[in-house]
Every structure is written in C-alpha cells, then in structure tokens.
Design a protein around this ligand. Sequence first.
Ligand SMILES: [Fe+2]
Length: 295
Amino acid sequence: MSKVKPFKLGFVDFATKDVGKLKNYYTEIMGYKFVEQDNEGKVYLSNGLDHHNIVISPCENNGVQSYGYQLDGQMSLEDVQKQLKAQGIDSSIKRDAKPGLSEFLELTDPAGNLLQLYLKMDEAAIGFGSSGILPFKLGHVAFHAENYAKTIDFYQEVLGFHFTDMIGPNLANFLTCNADHHVINIVKSNQTKLHHIAFQLKDASHHITSADYLVKNGYPILWGPSRHTAGHNIASYHHDPDKNLIELYTDMDIYIPELNIFEPRPWHKELPQKPKQWNSVSSWETEFTNNLGAL
Ligand SMILES: [Fe+2]
C-alpha cells in the first residue's frame, strides 16, 4: 500500500499586520520575485519556478498562517484523505481556493499548525531575481510545539518523515522528508509558534556577502555564522521586519535513508555520522545567544 509522502517544504504563509513591509523584505532583501496579489490582499512570491514559496497574508497578528508540503504524487488527494481518516485525522480537500494551487488537502498537525498538502503547483517560471540575497531554496522550518511528542509521532508515522538528530534530551528534534538533514525541527514547548525558517545559500562566500547586505540594510546578524552540531550546517540568524527569525545556511548534512547515516564530511567527528543526540548547538563551540529563543 502506498504511503503519504511529502518530499519538499513548498511554501510558508506568513500572517502579518504590515504586508508592504514584509513584502519589501522578501523581495528587496531576500530577492524573491513578486508573482501576484489576490483579492484578499495576499501576496505570492516565488524564487523562480514555483508559483509561490512565500505567501504574505494580511492579518491582525504576526506569525505563520500555514505551511505547504508537496507530495510525491503516488497517491491522489482523495486516497491521502482516506488514509488520514483511517488514522483518525480529519482533513478537507480545497479546490480553486487560492492562486497557484488548483487543489490541496488541508489539515492540522497535533501542535496546531495548519498544513496544506498538494501534488502539483503551477509554475511561475519567472526565473531567479537579479538582486538581493537570492537563496537557492526555502529549506526548513523550526517551530515550538505544544503536544510535542504527539507532533513528532505525527510527522514520522503519518507523513513518513525520518528522525535524523536530537538536541536534547528531548529539546529539539530534527526530521526530514528528503535528503536534507532536516526539513522540520520541532522544539519542545507549551505554546506552538515559529522558531525560525531557513533558506539555503550557495556557499560561504554567498553567506558573507549576504551578511554584508543585511547589515547595510538594517538587519543585524544575531548569531553566527557558526557550524551547527545537528546537521553541521553553517548558519547565521537575523530577524525579518516582523521579528520572525530567519536562518541562512550552507553545508547541511545529506541524509542517506538506506544506510541511516549522513554522507561523510571532513568536519564530522564520527565516521560514519549517524543520527544521534547532541548536547550543544554549535560544533565550533560558539555561544548561542538567548535572544534567538530557547533552544
Ligand atoms: Fe535551522
């Protein structure tokens, strides 16, 4: 029997009190391209191919409204819905409900995050931008989760994610649905909210020019660049105008599910490097400042 299989974090839909300010950041600073604004005032931005990777929605609060995951296409949305139902999870199929996605399946994870699962997104096919940071892709999301244990179970048992590492015991759990070390990082909490979202850069040089560009435009670097333990990504963090924490990274571990190891890298202290529990955040022993939220 086929299984529900997301393979990509397709988009993040930000709620914001100030659409213009956030749109300006994701276009002028991050380099995403404007695709369209719908009649509800939602702004759709693309990094080149997909109709949208970032959505900015007018709201009375700031935060994340929903996350979109693309499924591998082995099951119809109706069959996905049936399988979820058999596991006691309600969902609804929405058609012609938003630009770029003719249909998607909407459900809520045990932490309360709204998820939209889809098979196919329209192509914006407008190409990469020519100014701004221009990340390769939206890589992962980290969120504080109430119902922490149930949420981890959900992503593993229902959506087929692999566990790849833990900072812990039981502080942050890293899960993936593709070859990247993590697509989701679930942080134990009694309140569900975004911890950070992360964009992949091309290399260290890109990281440095991005940091220069951010600072020049009034976005100070809050931590890093430093190499993480879990994932070994070189990461730096800053805030977008809504104080959403944004990570830029390179060099993330590549997971090989067939072997349950990561592709060997010169900076790994263990060969083979396997999923494990880490007790610190930086493999360079850089101090991780508290203003990034508890981790
Ligand atoms: Fe991250």
